[in-house]
Design a protein around this ligand. Structure first.
Ligand SMILES: Cc1cc2nc3c(=O)[nH]c(=O)nc-3n(C[C@H](O)[C@H](O)[C@H](O)COP(=O)(O)OP(=O)(O)OC[C@H]3O[C@@H](n4cnc5c(N)ncnc54)[C@H](O)[C@@H]3O)c2cc1C
Length: 318
């Protein structure tokens, strides 16, 4: 029986792990080996404090992991499929079911982040891995000298489009509106980059090719009859994310989009289950906010478990 099981090995889960292990909780972190932290797919984080020259996403997660292991956090690779109530020894506790077994704990912290949203257009699934990608760091070098299309207009899309100019001859950003949603500094960099052009008010209708992607068919949102074809070797899709929260359906409250609703203590509607990071309903999904949420969730779980054990100082009021 653990004091706490943390599901997720990204910035939120690892920060919760650092705080829980350092508070001498018997803590286990379970993370998916197949569906890694989204931050490991970006090559440069410029806005996480303490790294004035920026740091790679993979490298940052490695540093978080080393720090957590130093405090004795137990880490295992497994995919969690369900979290269920499991009363044991007079205590209400929770069972975390993975593909290679189950673990029980007095409390659970869910930090499962999000995964990329798909466009759901013809050709997308068929050409994934043969021209369609959701990770510029992973696949950008395959498009050296090529024509690349980036779909999306937020921070991630623009940041990744800029990164792709290191390899591609041209990058076209396809966006459904007539202006970008990305932060001003990224917009300025994109507009100043001569390799980047824009297809405004456009959505992808179909991705076509043979053994690999050859073109993208666009539809004008203002006039659905107006179509055009962009020749392309690669299509990178950054149109948003969806939360990995299926394991909490029917256990704790989720909002209409599937994000976990939490209070200011990161407590969900199920007593003893806390949630933090990108999988929760929140305004800003970034590394720094995920870390802050993770620290709060671990402290709240610590107070909750201390309450169950009768050792609490009474600092936590859910
Ligand atoms: C391309 C890109 C660039 C970005 N750039 C920046 C940036 O410059 N600055 C910034 O601050 N933020 C950036 N972000 C946002 C940042 O990645 C997220 O805010 C941050 O990773 C959230 O951390 P998290 O721990 O909540 O989730 P994640 O980092 O996504 O981690 C989720 C964890 O949960 C695990 N998991 C998921 N499902 C399961 C399951 N069923 N069982 C077990 N484990 C599971 C995963 O393996 C992973 O370990 C970027 C995101 C992307 C996609």
């Amino acid at each position: 029986m653990h004091d706490v099981i943390i599901i997720g090995g990204g910035p939120a889960g690892l920060t919760a792990g650092i705080y829980a292990a350092r508070a001498s909780m018997k803590a286990l972190l379970v993370r998916s080996a197949f569906n890694p932290s989204l931050i490991t797919t970006t090559d440069l984080i410029e806005n996480y404090p303490g790294f004035p020259d920026g740091i790679g996403g993979f490298e940052l997660v490695e540093l978080f992991t080393r720090q957590a292991l130093r405090f004795g956090l137990e880490i295992t690779d497994d995919d969690t499929s369900a979290v269920s109530r499991h009363d044991e020894g007079g205590h209400a506790c929770w069972k975390v079911q993975g593909s290679s077994g189950a673990h029980t704990a007095l409390s659970v912290i869910v930090a499962t982040g999000t995964e990329y949203a798909h466009l759901g257009v013809p050709g997308e699934a068929e050409f994934t891995g043969r021209g369609v990608s959701y990770c510029a760091t992973c696949d950008g070098p395959f498009y050296r000298g090529g024509r690349v299309v980036v779909v999306g207009g937020g921070d991630t899309a623009v940041q990744e489009a800029l990164y792709l100019t290191n390899f591609a001859a041209s990058v076209t950003i396809v966006h459904r509106r007539d202006r970008l949603r990305a932060t001003a500094v990224l917009q300025e960099r994109a507009k100043a980059n001569e390799k980047i052009s824009f297809a405004w008010n456009a959505v992808v209708e179909e991705i076509t090719g043979d053994d690999a992607v050859r073109a993208v068919r666009l539809q004008d949102v203002r006039d659905p009859a107006a179509k055009r074809t962009l020749e392309a070797d690669g299509v990178f899709i950054f149109t948003g994310t969806i939360p990995n929260t299926g394991m909490l359906k029917g256990v704790a409250d989720l909002d209409n989009s599937g994000y976990i609703t939490v209070d200011s203590h990161m407590q969900t509607s199920a007593p003893g289950i806390f949630a933090c990071g990108d999988c929760t309903r929140k305004l800003l999904r970034q590394v720094v906010t995920a870390c802050g949420d993770g620290a709060t969730a671990a402290f709240a779980a610590y107070e909750y478990v201390s309450g169950l054990k009768g050792t609490s100082y009474g600092g936590y009021t859910p």
